[in-house]
Design a protein around this ligand. Sequence first.
Ligand code: AMP
Length: 628
Amino acid sequence: MNFADFYQHSVDHPEQFWDQEAKRIDWRQPYSKVLDYSKPPFTKWFAGGTTNLCHNAVDRWVQTQGDKPALIAISTETNSEKVYSFRELQSEVMRAAAMMQSLGVGRGDRVLIYMPMIAEAAFAMLACARIGAIHSVVFGGFAANSLATRIDDAKPVLIVSADAGSRGGKVVEYKPLLDEAIRLAQHKPAHVLLVDRGLAGMQITEGRDVDYAALRDRHMQAQVPVTWLESNETSYILYTSGTTGKPKGVQRDVGGYAVALAASMKHIFCGNPGETYFSTSDIGWVVGHSYIVYGPLIAGMATVMYEGLPIRPDAGIWWSIVEKYRVTRMFSAPTAVRVLKKQPTEFMRKHDLSSLKALYLAGEPLDEPTSSWIANELGVPVIDNYWQTETGWPILSVAKGVDDKPTRLGSPGVPMFGYKVKLLNESTGAECGPNEKGVVVIEGPLPPGCMQTVYGDDERFVKTYWSNFREPVYSTFDWGIRDADGYYFILGRTDDVINVAGHRLGTREIEESISSHPNVSEVAVVGVEDKIKGQVAVAFAILKNADAAATPEGRKALEAEVMAVVDKQLGAVGRPARVHFVSLLPKTRSGKLLRRSIQAICEGRDPGDLTTIEDPSSLQQIRAALAD
Ligand code: AMP
């Protein structure tokens, strides 16, 4: 079947289509209804069916390929490498599950996972899935305040963490940040389970903190059966940034997610049991959930978990992993490729990359020079794919597992099966024609795997995502354009979310953090184009006492102070590349910040329509600050 027919069938007859795809996973009890869309926009897939993510990712492969590699944990930070077979992975997951149960974790309880890229993080996620606990993984690069907000929202019974991570040979302590986060949070978890990697000393809170290794010792022989869950029970919450300072908990189901991953692994990522998949992302992001942990394992593949930089010990490290483990499919982000592009190519050329069939890139716009360069170097197709934390799997791509539809430079591709993608005019809501810019929206019902709701806040789900146009459609908050052949091009966000090195950050969160500096009275943060990271955050702050920034030295010192505040509260991931000081910010007469104008000036573009600006001299201040 060609992709056009395959796609058409998926949107014209979703129940038939997904009923067929659902055969890719094991069900304990068959579902009674493929799709229940009786309360739009809330969607229930495979209602009444029972299944389990851990069973599909681990147990069912133990039966057929128990001794084949499942998890390959490599750290160039601690120089360690360990391969777990499906059988060994199952044992570790059962131990972790028993440990969690001994700490009072049960079905529906939340477990917050704040961990570096070590095998125990995957054990913890799969253990939650096994016993029906809901995990919420928080990216290890986030600091105390970000973590505290998520603790208060998820209200975890247990937090699983470690003494430290490591980046570029530098130890990054987790425990003090976690202790501070728990101190700041209203909700206090009963227990904290800690992997001691021996990287940093830990201050232990008696009665609360538990050592992972010691508890594991007591559960070596644990046999924890899978808890069969109704398809629409919650598997996990993953927080993502939006336009407000409060992150949204993207809530995902069990059955729909498992089916969507199995289908995408087959049709988009073309993975086969026994092969190796290598995604360079982090478990703290959605790619880590879908295509480090669950997706490849559900497809019976070995998955690589890599802790370290792409250029350390040298720029050949990823390619040596591809060679050693005969990786067939690799997933990364354009930023990482741009980093590699600056390195001598001999590092790549000295490795045997003949196993590699394709490189998938996502998370941010893929520019043509980056895409062409890596495609040439590797001699394999480079496949862009566009999606979001909310959708869990690609919205736009090309499905090489279905047919050989060519990719088009600069475009992530065409709508994937199940997604009814449209472009709507931002102000009129009318559907855009070819080559007309509009907002990328998806008509309901969203396909399996997409978010069920905002955790604990159905109203926010409807208001945020489904109420932007007259017709009730899901908004991605991305600008897009479609060419005459149906290929889409993504042109950036319509909201105040920025994308730094493929990581999504809310400018409001960064602004709130900067505003907590005692000398800052007001601040605007915008995303500015960057050659390597795609975008970086740049801040313009108004001071309470401007004398502090009267001299270049004063400005420098203050800039460092502001950056330190962000580091401490949000983590280095949110740190602006520059903090400039001004006495006026461009605003409309009604007081709304003109962020798009500030951004345009930073990027050397025209600031746009300024008829509503209150004081045009504010623009001059932005220009002067940039020239400083
Ligand atoms: P996240 O939820 O962190 O994965 O971020 C999702 C956002 O990243 C999208 O809404 C887009 O703005 C951007 N994005 C993701 N993948 C792509 C891509 N392939 N091309 C362009 N933008 C992308």
